[in-house]
Structures are given as C-alpha cells and as structure tokens.
Design a binder for this molecule. Sequence first.
Ligand SMILES: Nc1ncnc2c1ncn2[C@@H]1O[C@H](COP(=O)(O)OP(=O)(O)OP(=O)(O)O)[C@@H](O)[C@H]1O
Length: 586
Amino acid sequence: MSKRAPSPPPQIPGFEHLQLVGSGGFADVFLYQQQRPRRRVAVKVLLHEWSSPGQRAAFEGEADVMARLSTHPSIVTIYEADVAPDGRPYLAMEYCSRPSLGTRYRTERLGVAESLRVVVQIAGAVETAHRAGILHRDIKPANILGTDYGHPVLTDFGISSTVDDVTRAEGLSIPWSPPESFEEPPRASAATDVWALGATLYSFLAGRSPFEVPGGSNSSAELVQRICAQPLAPTGRSDAPPSLEMALATAMAKNPQARYPSVLELARALQHVQIELGLAVTPIDLLDDSGVVQDDVVSSGDDDQGTRLRGVVSIDPSGAGGARAPRPAQGGAPGTPGGRSDVADPWQAARRPGRDVPPTFDAPVPVAPPAVHDDTARVAVVEPAPQFASSTPVALVSAPQGLQVPQEDTVLRPDTGTSAPGTWDPGTPGPAGGPGRGRVVALVGGGVAVLAAVVVAAALLLGGGRGGTPDPVVTDADGGQVDGGGDAHDNLGDLVPSVRHLEGSAYPALGDAVFTWDQPADSQIGDTYAYQVVDPTSDDSPWVTVAGTNVDLPITQDPMCLKVVVVRDGKFSANPTHACATAQGD
Ligand SMILES: Nc1ncnc2c1ncn2[C@@H]1O[C@H](COP(=O)(O)OP(=O)(O)OP(=O)(O)O)[C@@H](O)[C@H]1O
C-alpha cells in the first residue's frame, strides 16, 4: 500500500465528494456523489505530478480506449473523463463496493470453483483487450474489483500509461510480473498478461503470490530472483487437481514461448479443469466471431502516438479470429514473443488441439466434484451465473505469523534511462531506449539466462481444455430444440460441434425420463457425449459421459432438463445442447 498521504479531493462540478476510497502509486480514488444522474461514482484522480498538458492529452486518449473496453462485462465501466478545476485529470467510473480480490485472497480461503470462475471471466476481458491491441500489463488481484452485484471487473488498464513520460510511467507489480519484465530492456507481449493472470489465479488458490515465501524474506530483489530462476511450486491445495497445477505451470512458464499462446488458451484450459471437477463452465465473454472488438483502436504503426504509453501497445488484432494460433507480433526478433514461430515452437506444437493429453473424458462414469469443495460462493444461478463475491460467510483465515508480504503496489522502475514516448510493439523490446531496470535488473543478473530451461516440461504434459462458450442451444416451451443443435459457430476458433435433435420424454408414472439425440453432422470415430442434469439450484451438477446417444434417467427435477455436449479429443461442444423432457401420458 502506498505510504504517502492522499491528495486533497478536487472540486468537480456536478459531483459531491464523499470520502477517500484508496490511494495508489499514481492516483487517489475518491467516492463522489454524481448529481445527474444521481449515483455514487468512484473518481480516480491523477496526482499533480502526473498532470502536465501532454499527460492530460494522453489521459484522454487512454480514457477513450478504456471507455470502449469497459462495455465488456468484466471490465470496470467508465462514465467520464475530464480535468478537474485544479488541473488534475480524473476518471469517473463505476463504484465497486465489494472488496477487491487483492483484499479477499489475503483474508479468505477462496474456493477452487470461485477462483476458476473469476479468472475465466477476467480472461475474457483481457483477451478482448488484446484483440483491441491493448496489453494490460498490471493484472493482479488488487486490480480485480467487485461490483455491487458481485461480478469481478478488471480495472487499471494502464492508467499509468496515460503519462507521457515512458520512463516514469513504466510500472510493474513485481509479484505478478514475468521474468521478461525484468530484462534489460524489458519485453512485453500477450505472454506477459498470460503470466500475470496465471499468477493471479495462483494467488487466489495459495493465499499468497507465487514466489512469496510464507514467513520468509520477500523483498523485491528476492522476489525478482525467484521469479527468474526458481521453479514454480505447486499451490499446495489438496483440492486443486493436477490439471490445474499444470495450467498454472504453463501460464507461468519462464520462457514466454512456453506459455499458453493467448489468454484465451489459458481460459480454455481452466474451463477444462471446471469440466473435470464437475463445475459449471464459465463462459469466456468475447465480442464477435472476428475477434475484432474495435476497428479503430491502436493498430500497428502507431509509433507516432506519443501520448499512448506503455499500457496501449500494438498487437495484431487480425490474429484474433484464429484465436488458438499464437499471435504473430510485428517485428519481433527471433526468440522474442513477437518473433516466435508457430512451427519452430515445440511447446506450442505440444499444445495444439488434438495433441492434448490426457483427455478429460475417458469413461462413462460420473465426474465427481472435488473431494474438498470449499467454494462457499454458491448462489442460486441461472445458466450460467458467474458470481464472484461470496453471498455467504466464508472462513476467515489470518495471515501466517511473521509473514512478510511483498510490495504489491505497482512500482515505478528505478532508473533514469532516456526514452521516447510512444507505443511499443510487444514483439520488440521495450520502449525506445527503454527505461533502465536499474537495481532491479542488476539483481536479476544472469538469472534470466536460465529461463528457457525451467518449467517447460509442463507444456508437454498439458491437457489444457479447448472448450468453447457453453451457451445453451435454446429450446421451445415443449422442450423441442429451436436452434436445431447444428454445428456450433462461436467466437472461439475451431469448435467441437453440438449434438442434434436432443429430445426428452418424461414418464412420471415410471419415474424416469428418456433423452435421445443424434450425432453431430460431422461425427468422428471416438466421439463420446457428456450430459448434465440441469439443476436450477446448483451450478455444479456433475457431467456424466456416455458412449451412446440416449440416456434413461430417474426423474429428479420437474421438468427434467438436460444439457448434452460432444466430447472429442478432450474438447467439448462450444454450445451445449439443452432440452427439457416432455411429460408423457402414461
Ligand atoms: N472503481 C472503483 N471502485 C471502488 N474502489 C476502487 C475503484 N477503483 C479503484 N479503487 C480502489 O482505490 C484504491 C486505489 O486504486 P488505484 O487503482 O489508484 O491504486 P492501486 O491499484 O491500489 O495501486 P497501483 O495502481 O499503484 O498498483 C484501491 O484500493 C482500489 O481497490
């Protein structure tokens, strides 16, 4: 936490100051009452020292990007951006009344189910940003806020990048930063966010950041050294399956090329874990089939946009449609994320669909929930119901005695290297002349050299999921399928198609219901199916795999409704087919 005193709240016409919410490295956040419309808003005010005319111009550009992204359900909503009468730029945004994940993961034992759900939701936000050409670069628990409705929302999209001095704007939060952030010059790409999101999930599960030693010394220098040179330890959660530990190890591979090639791929792997655990599969919210969120956001060649700094970088949105493929960045040198080759990277090859092992479904048996299922964030759900904050009490656990919590704030890089303002291509080293890493880098020393050798075996063992968004196929009132359950097409790349013609007949007198369905149009040898009885009071009914195309079930609900997916090579239909059984007379 910042040790400085908060700045005075500015007088803002149309807003009435209520109280301080918190202080960060670059800004203070205040709660204001907006007059028209009347609502509470969080106002983030840049400190005076960051408020030069150029910085204000940068701020406006950044606010525009933020506002566009903020239509995403997992990105904080921006209401307006302006300059207060005292000269400080401010952003008025949705006030998130729930505690941030940064607070929660230190004080609660977050369940596996909730942790997965939150991270998959946030992954949709990050992937959306990537497709718009924006890297977040400061993903961490504290930057995931909780809305009034308990939804997790990502914030802090490069607020520090609104400053037109790259050297000063350059920031990072060490516990969640990947090794390449500490190189000289630093490198940033989508892989940076993949690591940070993985590190965030790890933090939720472990109750500490990944390279923090409980009770030990956790200085920034020691953290950097461990991040760069030490293998990632398992979370230690008995309820985290090996596939989840493997997903974390892959997301946080030292070598950026050994990580998931996109945040979307990480999210899919986590969906796969959800399936394995019998949990509801959290949708990945993306905008459209093309993957292009905005057509006029930063694109390659924006080097002259000097006011857009580190948070707004050009990546190739055109790669988004084929989201499984690694995103080629422009001009990246061989061996850098931008220069990585789809062919030359054995780790990416190992992750390709069809080569993932092991498949999740291999026998027609119920997939049991985890033995220790401590997710208390159960709420009545409508399909699907991503919730983030617990509506029921959770066990509070105190921080271990003697724990030295590392510096979690976004910190400026401690150097005075010259630099030119502007965007930078994530496929190339950092901003021109790059801000030096000073002491941080010096501490890293040769540690980075060992990166490629560490942890990469994880990729070979990866069984990451490749499932899609489980929007159910709509059924009519009689339980008949409206959509027809044909081949699915969504925004997640190539997909396993859906079953067709799912129909159910309930026989109350006999106490059972029979569901039948047809194979997908392009059925393949080895296809199996999984079904889930829809329970309106729970989101974690088990998925059960079957080889055939019908199932006879005892009636446990009225009506009896079923979701069915095709299971192919460990992947599953992007769109589960959904139908309710029609009651028969006899
Ligand atoms: N929209 C919001 N609603 C409620 N609280 C918010 C909102 N935005 C930020 N905050 C809170 O205000 C405080 C300051 O946020 P800010 O983003 O400036 O800094 P930070 O993320 O804590 O630090 P840094 O960005 O320097 O790492 C944090 O406690 C954060 O949770």
